[in-house]
Design a protein around this ligand. Structure first.
Ligand code: SF4
Ligand code: MG
Length: 329
């Protein structure tokens, strides 16, 4: 059985060595939510844009397969039809139209793409509002007349209007207060399950990934460094970068002992050779400087079979292991 969305070895970037994505694999099933986390510049938004045919940087190679249809290399007009119809998206920097009421923007795709008349539109828009938990009183309002949370919900309703199979959301709750963000995440995870659609969610908020996503993919310098069930990846990180990322994130750190990640995220125009994390990694060894890493399942612990890490040492090495006393992982 193949997943709804199958991304294989996706490479995106301009010439001259600038790689935004350096070979990303991603599977998303129906009813499943996958979070893509990482610092700014890791390639998260590039991935969201590539999945919707909107990336400025060209896809160099690889495959994006939605329900058996290859989308890499699809002409622009085919992508236009895919967006909305099969892939619903709410990406950063796609604000609502300020001169249209919320009703008119949610109804627009229903009129234009489905040819629905006023009454059918009304019914569909009201059903969508219910799904995203917005009251009908917002329909006559313009975007500036509603709250940030309501605007996000309206954008979500638009993304869902044409019943897509896959939803791609970039920072769906970014900028919202914690309570509003938690409510919106709950609404999103509810509708993903009820509709049985797939969700790819780009977020820098690890707490949101932990709450909403079945699986989490940790992106760094356009590469996946760790992937697996969110409760393992975020609750018990195995890759040195994931561990540092979690330790630097306020709500996730159980010790309350916040440690910012040392060093800075790499410049995509001058990525380090070998393991891209090596200049910042506390346990880097000689091999890390020149030998590229690839994802592998750490052996030994059954629970870890579901997760994969890209690290020459198999992930975080304890002090004892580092001294050569044991190497169990
Ligand atoms: Fe650190 Fe080396 Fe593992 Fe990269 S491969 S995370 S530098 S130990
Ligand atoms: Mg971004």
């Amino acid at each position: 059985v193949t997943a709804l969305l199958q991304v294989r070895d996706l490479r995106v970037g301009f010439g001259g060595g600038v790689r935004a994505l350096a070979g990303v694999d991603l599977d998303v099933d129906r009813g499943e939510s996958v979070a893509v986390v990482g610092e700014s510049g890791a390639g998260k938004s590039t991935l969201a844009l590539a999945l919707t045919g909107l990336s400025d940087a060209p896809v160099i190679s690889g495959s994006i397969c939605l329900d058996g249809d290859e989308l890499v290399g699809a002409p622009a007009d085919r992508w236009r039809l895919m967006r909305g119809d099969r892939i619903g998206l709410a990406v950063q920097g796609s604000p609502l139209n300020p001169v249209l009421t919320l009703f008119d923007q949610i109804a627009e795709p229903l009129r234009e793409r489905r040819g629905l008349r006023r009454r059918e539109c009304d019914e569909r828009v009201h059903a969508l509002l219910e799904e995203v938990q917005l009251g009908p009183e917002v329909l006559d309002r313009y975007p500036h007349e509603v709250s940030g949370g309501q605007r996000r919900r309206a954008a979500l309703a638009m993304a869902l209007a044409l019943d897509p199979d896959l939803l791609v959301l970039d920072e769906p709750t970014g900028g919202l207060d914690t309570v509003t963000a938690a409510q919106l995440s709950a609404a999103i995870s509810g509708l993903v399950r009820e509709r049985g659609i797939g969700l790819v969610m780009i977020t820098h908020a690890l707490s949101e990934a932990a709450r909403l996503a079945d699986r989490t993919l940790v992106l760094y310098a356009g590469q996946t460094l760790e992937t697996g069930p969110s409760r393992f990846v975020l609750g018990d990180p195995r890759h040195p970068y994931t561990r540092d990322l979690v330790a630097a994130y306020p709500v996730m750190s159980t010790t309350r002992d916040l440690r910012p990640i040392r060093g800075t995220a790499p410049d995509p125009r001058a990525l380090p050779a070998g393991c891209p994390f090596h200049p910042r990694c506390a346990q880097a060894v000689e091999q890390c400087r020149d030998t590229p890493v690839s994802l592998a399942s750490p052996a030994g612990v059954p629970e870890l079979a579901l997760r994969r890490v890209a690290c020459h040492l198999g992930g975080v090495v304890t002090v004892l292991e580092a001294r050569g006393v044991s190497k169990t992982f």
